[in-house]
Write a protein that binds this ligand. Sequence first.
Ligand code: ATP
Ligand code: MG
Length: 489
Amino acid sequence: MLRGLGRSPFGPRAPFGGSATPNPAESTSAAVESPLPGIPAPPPPPSPPQPARRSEPVKENDPAVEQYETLKRHIHIQLVDRLDMNRVSEMDPKSLRNEIRSIVEHLCDTENPLLNRNERQRLVNEILDETFGFGPLELLLKDDKIGDIMINGPKKIFIEKEGRIQKSEVVFRDSDHLLQIIDRIVSRVGRRVDETSPMVDARLPNGSRFNAIIPPLALDGPVVTIRLFGSHPLSKDDLLRFKAFTPEMLALMEGAMKARLNIVISGGTGSGKTTLLNTLSSFIQSDHRVITIEDAAELQLQQDHVVRLETRPANIEGRGAITATDLVKNALRMRPDRIIIGECRGAETLDMIQAMNTGHEGSMTTVHANTPRDALSRLETMISMAGLDLPIRALRAQFASAIDLILQASRLQGGPRKVTSISEVIGMEGDTIIMQEIFAFRQSGVDPNGRAFGEFISTGIRPTFMDRLEYSGYQLSPDIFRQRVLLKD
Ligand SMILES: Nc1ncnc2c1ncn2[C@@H]1O[C@H](COP(=O)(O)OP(=O)(O)OP(=O)(O)O)[C@@H](O)[C@H]1O
Ligand SMILES: [Mg+2]
């Protein structure tokens, strides 16, 4: 009897690469030629035997695991023998999949009638995953609690699950197996990866971001980073439940969106900037024409009146690049009410600030920075690095009049992501931009599990833009600004 067979993984995440249809050009095995078009050959013998997945620690050379892998290979070979080739080429993908499922189920019963229901189901699914899907990765892709998948070579896979990074038990047979899966993923979106082009960055049909870098650039085997964006972005209610901010903070952010304040979201890598931007965009009036500009489109705005633009890298001869600056310039001719730049990285910053200052109130962007003050200096640096030689005081004066609010997103120790500061930009004093913090999260320590804790506070300062909220018909109780602790977490 086999043991250590996996959990039932099938959650509701949208299919990773669109519909899992067989691609005639695919082959799961480079080592063994498949006799069938569209049907991959059985995998080569693993050495040493290695389970693709397991739910409990399994020793190397565990006889049960070896027996399982042998059975799987054997069934794979039989499957290839049994398929009627004349029919395969004519069948539609769904019926082919069903046909293969029933053959494999039948083979399981004849080859090893002792398999219990779960074991049999797992074996069938693994063979289908290898044949039509992304092999061992399927298990991770279907788990909608996983946010990021980081593959450092075939045997070391790390996942971020519910905010924590952990090593996954999923492994690939070897580097070739991993390469085949990479190839299968990128070829579905019309990209390729090989020795002459060993880096690939792609956006997958379900919106996830996929990056692979392979040897010789990556020294220890192919490295893959997948950032999975759930098919449903986190809503404001999710974020409230996760204590990413308090209802008082949300009320202020909602008011700021409705009153068309210009907002910069600042934060480190993976701190939740894009998520916050997405969530806040739900407060944009439905008749506002919004133009979004991104390097790899990931915003999921819910409004009807949205125009999505994406920059384009230069081609292989170094020509044809379309930058964010080009797109901002063009967007200004498209009668936008608001412009959203996914992330300011360079020269587009100045165009963005000018757009904010010239009648496109309610515009937003994100920037990589660790504090609101730092966000302003990052924006300043981006403009000076782009060679735009403006006197620093004039530049700061532009920032001070363009930007109304800075939201700081942070990923705290142990994984929680929070809005750790909401600061208003109020003006200039001498050469310095003056800001005041309205809400903040103050970390007070780290619990025994290594997770940061602290409290959200209201600093007692009322923002100066309250009248703008009122003009736009948004009433905000002054009580939310009373100095106090709002929430402990
Ligand atoms: N408050 C939150 N609580 C839990 N998970 C969150 C929270 N905010 C964001 N996430 C998750 O964290 C991951 C990273 O979020 P997001 O892409 O918004 O970060 P980012 O700062 O834009 O990252 P990058 O620097 O790569 O642009 C996503 O999987 C997202 O679903
Ligand atoms: Mg982002």
